[in-house]
Design a protein around this ligand. Structure first.
Ligand code: SF4
Length: 190
């Protein structure tokens, strides 16, 4: 059912321009997938038919940073790759948002080595952290919805008194319940 079913065909709606702008922006978030490892596969699953990210208007992955407003970092980032991450972030146009997907992007995960960045938030402002290794698609969707709620309420990303971008540092809680294993399953027995 569209809005035309609830209103007469010649009807007129009055609202605030800022609300329309926010509604448009949150309904057309275009992600820039910076997928470097296994979390990227879960990101692909989120966009596919079962989870259908298109329901939230956020399935249009853009591989040109100038056409994207949500960077999703999915996977570990090596020190050698870090300048590329920063360059792509800088090339994205404002207003832009950053979502850190998975343990590796947020903390380095199990890769506690000198070659792996121990958290991208040391180098770019992260708005939403999505926990997991990998996060399930439901959790990633929850993270994207958190961004949408911010856009709905506040419009543009906040800046601090120094004029620099202020990261929002929101952490998503997993929303799914884990299903039990099949009870008839036996391992190593015929
Ligand atoms: S958090 Fe886990 S699933 Fe995601 S990139 Fe790291 S090791 Fe892979």
């Amino acid at each position: 059912m569209g809005i035309e079913a609830a209103l007469p065909a010649e009807g007129i709606l009055t609202t605030q321009l800022q609300k329309v702008i926010n509604w448009s922006r949150r309904s057309s978030v275009w992600p820039m997938p910076f997928a470097t490892a296994c979390c990227g596969i879960e990101l692909m699953a989120t966009a596919s038919s079962r989870y259908d990210l298109a329901r939230f208007g956020a399935e249009v992955m853009r591989f040109s940073p100038r056409q994207a407003d949500l960077m999703i970092v999915a996977g570990r980032v090596s020190v050698k790759m870090l300048p590329v991450l920063q360059r792509i972030y800088q090339q994205m146009t404002e207003p832009k948002w950053v979502l850190s997907m998975g343990a590796c992007a947020s903390t380095g995960g199990v890769f506690d080595t000198y070659a792996t960045v121990q958290g991208i938030d040391q180098f770019i402002p992260v708005d939403v952290y999505v926990p997991g290794c990998p996060p399930r698609p439901e959790t990633l969707i929850e993270g994207i919805m958190a961004i949408q709620r911010i856009i709905d309420n506040d419009g543009i990303p906040p800046t601090g008194p120094d004029g620099l971008r202020r990261p929002l540092n929101i952490t998503v809680e997993p929303t799914h319940t884990v299903g039990s294993q099949p009870t008839s399953l036996t391992v190593g027995q015929s």
